[in-house]
Design a protein around this ligand. Structure first.
Ligand SMILES: [Zn+2]
Length: 216
């Protein structure tokens, strides 16, 4: 049977061209990230608006978005993209505000203060050692993460996709929520004034996605 994700849809050219739809590798992510995203949208826009916007999406997205998300179960990575499309639809009707950073922060809070307390650290240097765990626990098959401490209050994180085909290439908006996610983790580890940057991105032709985090 043809998978639901292959159903034809009136998406934008950019969406249709996205490599995740052409890959045979099935990337997955944990339910805690997806339930957090939904929870934030309901807090922001209200349940009726979220339900209405969900109905306006493609059938394939509706299937992905209307299941129950168990925090520590795996779900298709594509569900993150379905949430991205849902968020874009909601934001287009009610606000121009960019929610990507806030979504990432909320996900980190829900994951690290919930079922994945193992990701908490009591100081930033300890968190740097734990960063690879984020990939192990929350994404599979993972892209390769490279963590490069660049001083006492700075770290560079790179995500390499070469070994994993195109299955987990991200849109820039999902990369932006990564900044919120990791920044929030550093704050939970006691870092002050955390600043995240994303100087290189595969969605902009980079060989890898590179993020840099600095704090005081
Ligand atoms: Zn990126």
């Amino acid at each position: 049977m043809k998978p639901a994700a292959d159903l034809p849809s009136p998406r934008t050219q950019r969406d249709r061209a996205h490599p995740i739809r052409q890959s045979k590798i099935m990337a997955e992510t944990k339910g805690v990230l997806l339930s957090s995203w939904r929870q934030l949208l309901v807090q922001r826009f209200g349940e009726p608006a979220v339900a209405g916007a969900t109905k306006s999406l493609d059938p394939a997205d509706r299937v992905l978005l209307t299941q129950a998300f168990l925090p520590s179960s795996w779900y298709p990575f594509e569900t993150l993209h379905a949430f991205r499309r849902l968020t874009r639809s909601l934001a287009a009707t009610t606000t121009k505000e960019d929610l990507t950073d806030e979504i990432g922060r909320f996900m980190a809070e829900q994951a690290c203060l919930g079922v994945y307390r193992v990701l908490l650290a009591n100081e930033p240097s300890k968190l740097i050692e734990k960063l690879p765990l984020v990939e192990d626990l929350l994404f599979r098959p993972s892209r390769r993460m490279e963590v490069l401490p660049s001083g006492p209050s700075s770290v560079t994180v790179r995500y390499h996709y070469d070994d994993y085909g195109d299955s987990v290439k991200l849109y820039r908006s999902i990369c932006a929520s990564h900044i919120g996610f990791i920044s929030k983790m550093f704050e939970l580890a006691g870092a002050q004034g955390v600043k995240g940057q994303h100087p290189k991105c595969v969605s902009k032709g980079g060989r890898y996605c590179e993020f840099r985090y600095d704090w005081k």
